[in-house]
Design a protein. Structure first.
Length: 369
């Protein structure tokens, strides 16, 4: 009996009790939450599976769990509503992402996120604890009308309001070598901060067909893949002109690094227009490269950070250009990024993929003298 109890306890710790749950389809939410569903349907959360995310698929294709173990360990965060998630992340089981399994292709579903009851904090990665009540969802509205489809829990759980609902997956990821591969708050310094206010800002439109509100939280999830224009206001760009040079200041007013995933690369493009001619200056890159034995490596193989020039949380980065500006000059600044570092595109066989090779503009500014 003690052995059975210990196994059940271990299952809860490892899987957040997901093995005991089924989740309503996101499409079930569409009739009442039409605008929210449409936003969600075009988001990274809805398209987090290898079949829908070309970059994740390219990385997964190289993963040893794919090639040797045939076990989709990424499912903990990428397909958390899967009906066989416990097998996905259990040692010795062989479960792969299945394009024909509806629960796999739900991605990070509506019901899954709205049933996160609490977050269990762990060294390697945090774990979402899921409510056992299938038709009772956590929300943020204090005053709401009754839904004919589900109950709404608003009291006694503030993790949706303070943004901590995100840190079950987006806090940190430690690999077997003890390297924190991707982190927003490895030491929980963001605990209580509101990720939701930045990445799910209030936009026009009613929250549901049953409750007419002027605004609702944006469920397209502004980030590196989509809707990065919503994050522009958290980046400030200014300039200081000196006699022999000029300085560009980039102020990252967020509580985490400008870009988080080690595949990303940020880029500052600067050009000077003088007498009708454009003079491009040297690009400035901001990147975090992880690797092994002094060479870049995939996240599961890397044991150290080789290079880190990424603009950090609340950092004001200054870049000096040895170029003498004249009266009448106009300086154009473009701060943007690649979802995949151009140096890594070929090794992932993404040379011809528009998503991986596109340059995304985060912020523009120009200054005339």
């Amino acid at each position: 009996m003690k052995k059975i109890y210990l196994l059940l306890l271990l299952s809860t710790v490892l899987f957040g009790n997901n093995s005991a749950h089924t989740f309503a389809k996101s499409e079930d939410c569409k009739a009442c939450h039409t605008q929210i569903y449409n936003e969600f349907y075009g988001s990274v959360h809805a398209n987090s599976t290898p079949q829908k995310d070309v970059i994740h698929n390219a990385v997964w294709a190289k993963h040893p769990q794919n090639k040797k173990l045939q076990q989709y360990g990424c499912g903990k965060c990428h397909t958390p509503a899967a009906d066989d998630l416990d097998k996905m992340i259990s040692k010795g089981q062989k479960v792969m992402p299945d394009p024909d399994n509806v629960t796999h292709q739900e991605g990070i579903s509506c019901a899954y996120c709205h049933r996160i009851e609490s977050i269990a904090l762990h060294k390697k990665s945090n774990i979402n604890i899921i409510s056992k009540e299938e038709k009772k969802y956590f929300g943020t509205l204090k005053a709401h009308v009754a839904s004919p489809y589900h109950a709404i829990a608003t009291e006694g759980n503030d993790h949706m309001k303070n943004g901590n609902v995100c840190i079950g997956c987006h806090s940190h990821k430690m690999n077997k070598w003890g390297l924190n591969v991707c982190s927003t708050n490895i030491a929980n310094e963001m605990d209580g901060a509101n990720c939701v206010s930045c990445h799910m800002p209030k936009v026009d439109g009613s929250v549901s067909a049953f409750q007419d509100t002027k605004k609702h939280a944006f469920h397209g999830f502004a980030g590196a893949h989509f809707h990065s224009d919503m994050l522009e206001k958290y980046i400030d760009i200014s300039m200081l002109r000196n006699i022999d040079n000029f300085i560009v200041n980039i102020d990252n007013r967020t509580s985490h690094a400008l870009l988080l995933h080690p595949l990303r690369l940020a880029l500052l493009k600067v050009s000077v227009t003088r007498e009708g001619k454009s003079i491009p200056l040297k690009d400035e890159t901001f990147v975090r490269v992880i690797g092994k034995n002094g060479k870049p490596a995939m996240p599961w193989a890397a044991d150290t950070t080789i290079k880190d020039t990424m603009i950090q949380a609340n950092e004001k980065r200054s870049v000096t250009y040895d170029f003498q500006l004249r009266k009448g000059d106009k300086v154009d600044l473009v701060l943007g990024y690649y979802l995949v570092n151009p140096k890594a595109v070929a090794s992932l066989h993404l040379d011809d993929d528009k998503v991986a090779t596109a340059f995304h503009i985060l912020k523009k500014a120009d200054f005339s003298f």
